[in-house]
Design a binder for this molecule. Structure first.
Ligand code: ZN
Ligand code: ZN
Ligand code: FE
Length: 762
């Protein structure tokens, strides 16, 4: 992408074709301002492929580099094509020396995108706290560089009439800003002011007073409602926890700014950058001693705290009110006392509430009051969750702020739709080399969850505008997503769960060739119908081969074993020939004698190679978390205890069928202290897995390994594997922008199905 350098005297004319996320992000004003400041003539316009411009004048290479380097914050340039044209004495559409923004061209197929939602930008914050500004303390101020996008847009093109701002005609002052190419709100679709825009159902001072008095409020936000309360108020937090019916699952807290984080949690430079990023995810941070000042019920028994910074004007106004309404933004640079619990407003297992009437009905028993507003949420989006792993972010939940940014595949594939798994559901639709992964949908166990899933599929199809030729789903026949696939009347492809986990990581990195895959996961159905989850695979695009797996443990009593780590401890004791110790050691946690009998007679004890259940077995043997109150709780508690991982000599073996057994390690945990046991478990597991993968690399000649599956959100495990495998000279691929857990599965399914559809010419 370059016009070759020439003497500054030479006048040249170029046509620029810019693709990526370049509409609705202030790209045309950016081109306009740059061209004007350099005395270039020409024009710029939006069309269905992105931005098209013609520029004429001197020093075009400098113009082009500024075009990229100084691009607006929400822009993402995938591609710029530059074509030299004949210099025109009097450029088309303008007079010489002038530059114009032309009407959008809308004919043809849509190839553009809706931008993700973005946190309030610094310029808008200045206005929010400037008593002289006409948008002073206005909870819906936005501009070209910030505010709602994805969550207010039902269909393309992204224009105000297609968003939930359609019902708010601009006042004269806003209209003037909207139409002025020199204004920072030029063509900002969601702009509003107190005259013409949306309003809250409750004044900010009343909201703040109620929170200060210990009330739980349902607050309407960008992608849904939050349940909010004062994080220092133990009674309010305990009441919220009881009402939400979740015993130990941690709540996220919101603090005023980066300066206020340090009182409760440790954030290094990378974590601080994540907290302050325009995506504003919940960042999992290590608690500091000061976290004791927060209510006990926020993240009980865990060393991490989910922290997020304000991202809507309303969030900022709550902290502003508590700070005594200071002018300017300087107060955000000093620690503020207010800390709010901000948790998704839903009833256990159901999707996020987005509608005021729904909030009153479904959250009535939880919230003391509902704070609504009249800008409808068109598309639901939870807060994203991110954790820093090996110095870089890793998505735990990909949602608001990250969607609908596509993943760029290694090459274009026919359009395919992938429906994900059953828990942490997301769906994915491809268009060319772009894979659009939906926001986090959640679990598909409830009627509401399924309805949201179907809405998300329909919305994604409208936004992306491609017609799938193949529908990918999990191999498991009982997943709601699998049953849904069969209703679409399109060819379907069942994709093995762990193949998809590895393919997701390969897809994210644009890797198409053969590679090793290490999937460390809960349970997914294998192609032999068994419960897989600790798999060493050789993956070659749409095909895979199972090279080896973790030695199986029984799942005593079937599914119940997944939420009751003491049962996995019983399974481990049985494998160790210590069946008679099950009842004396584990009777306080449940029907241990009956379980021992099931194990002896091999009744209702299906085998699993799941890595997640191996963590459960270790936790159970160490007496940690015998019964989990939320998914992966045992693994989280185990990880939380690790100071320095240590290796148990002789802790593993690999047999002739390439089964990796950690039974010696499990045996050595019996009777150990929890912390020592957790350190031995992590250190030995990492060493064993590295040994296993290294041997497979030697046997196959493959030098690249992808790590996938839900266990990879474990930082100790992920960092240990990355370091250990790199130390063997292997290239290690890990999930980053797309979660390694089932939230990323649809991407892997889509990549596999796309490759398959490309082969068969479907
Ligand atoms: Zn702004
Ligand atoms: Zn207005
Ligand atoms: Fe999985």
């Amino acid at each position: 992408m370059s016009c070759t350098p020439e003497p500054p005297e030479a006048v040249r004319r170029c046509r620029l074709r810019i693709r990526g996320q370049v509409q609705g992000v202030g790209f045309r004003p950016h081109v306009y301002a740059l061209a004007r400041s350099r005395g270039l003539s020409g024009w710029v316009t939006n069309d269905t492929e992105g931005v098209l411009a013609e520029v004429q004048g001197h020093a075009l290479p400098d113009f082009l580099s500024d075009l990229v380097d100084r691009a607006p914050p929400l822009a993402r340039i995938d591609d710029i094509r530059v074509e030299d044209l004949r210099v025109e004495p009097r450029p088309v559409g303008t007079v010489a020396g002038e530059f114009a923004i032309l009407e959008s061209r809308r004919a043809g197929a849509v190839a553009t995108e809706v931008p993700p939602d973005a946190a309030v930008c610094p310029a808008c914050l200045e206005e929010l706290f400037d008593p002289a500004d006409r948008r002073y303390r206005y909870p819906f101020l936005t501009c070209t560089h910030c505010g709602p996008r994805f969550t207010i847009t039902g269909r393309l093109p992204y224009d105000r009439p297609q968003t939930s701002m359609a019902g708010f005609p601009l006042c004269a002052a806003c209209a003037a800003e909207y139409h002025d190419p020199a204004d920072r709100r030029f063509h900002a679709q969601p702009i509003a002011c107190p005259e013409c825009g949306p309003h809250l159902s409750m004044p900010v001072d009343e909201i703040a007073a109620r929170l200060a008095a210990g009330e739980i409020l349902a607050l309407k936000g960008l992608g849904g409602f939050h349940l909010a309360c004062d994080a220092r108020n133990g009674a309010a937090v305990a009441r919220l926890r009881r009402a939400k019916q979740r015993d130990g699952k941690p709540f996220a807290v919101m603090v005023a700014g980066l300066a206020s984080v340090g009182a409760f949690a440790e954030a290094d430079a990378g974590e601080a950058a994540l907290l302050a990023s325009i995506e504003r995810p919940v960042v999992l941070l290590r608690k500091s001693a000061g976290a004791a000042a927060l209510a006990d019920g926020i993240a009980p028994g865990l060393p991490w705290l989910g922290v997020l910074l304000p991202y809507t004007p309303l969030h900022y106004l709550l902290f502003h009110e508590a700070a005594g309404r200071p002018s300017g933004t300087g107060w955000l640079e000093v620690p503020q006392d207010l800390v709010l619990v901000m948790t998704s407003a839903n009833v256990s297992g159901e999707p996020l509430v987005i509608d005021g009437a729904d909030a009153a009905r479904r959250l009535g028993g939880i919230a003391d009051a509902t704070v609504d507003h009249d800008r409808p949420i068109v598309v639901r989006a939870d807060d994203g969750v991110v954790r820093q792993v090996a110095g870089r972010p890793l998505a735990v939940r990909r949602a608001r702020g990250a969607v609908p940014t596509p993943v760029r595949l290694a090459r274009p594939v026919p359009p395919v739709l992938a429906l994900g798994a059953h828990f942490k559901s997301t769906v994915c639709l491809t268009r060319g080399a772009d894979a659009f992964l939906s926001q986090h949908i959640g679990d598909l166990d409830t009627a509401e969850g399924l309805r949201f899933f179907e809405e998300a599929v329909a919305h994604l199809r409208r936004l992306v505008g491609s017609e799938p030729v193949l529908v990918a789903h999990d191999l498991h026949p009982d997943y709601a997503s699998t049953r849904y696939a069969e209703t679409l009347g399109l060819p379907t492809l069942a994709v093995q769960h762990h193949h998809a986990h590895i393919a997701a990581v390969a897809a994210e990195h644009g890797v198409a060739g053969r590679l090793l895959g290490l999937a460390l996961d809960g349970v997914g159905m294998g192609d032999d119908g068994a419960a897989w989850g600790g798999e060493l695979l050789e993956v070659d695009g749409p095909r895979f081969r199972r090279l080896g797996h973790l030695d199986e443990l029984a799942l005593p009593g079937g599914d119940a074993a997944a939420t009751q780590p003491w049962r996995m401890a019983a399974a481990a004791l049985h494998r160790l020939g210590r069946t008679d110790q099950i009842a004396p050691r584990l009777a306080q946690h449940g029907p241990a004698a009956e379980l021992a009998e099931l194990l002896r007679r091999d009744l209702r004890c299906p085998p699993t190679s799941s890595a997640g259940r191996l963590f459960d077995a270790a936790a159970g043997l160490l007496g940690l978390c015998p019964v989990a109150s939320f998914e992966a709780e045992a693994a989280m508690r185990l990880e939380g205890l690790v100071g320095v991982p240590r290796v148990q000599a002789g802790g593993w073996s690999i047999d002739a069928d390439n089964r990796l057994s950690l039974l010696p390690l499990l045996e050595s945990l019996i009777g150990r202290g929890a912390q020592e046991g957790a350190e031995l478990f992590h250190g030995t597991l990492v060493a064993a897995l590295v040994d296993w993968v290294r041997r497979a690399a030697e046997a196959t000649g493959l030098r690249q390994v992808a790590l996938g599956g839900g266990c990879l959100v474990n930082k100790v495990l992920a960092e240990g594997l990355i370091e250990g495998l790199a130390g063997c000279g292997l290239a290690v691929l890990t999930a980053r922008a797309v979660p390694p857990n089932d939230g990323g599965l649809a991407l892997g399914q889509a990549w596999i199905a796309g490759l398959r559809a490309g082969e068969t010419g479907e």
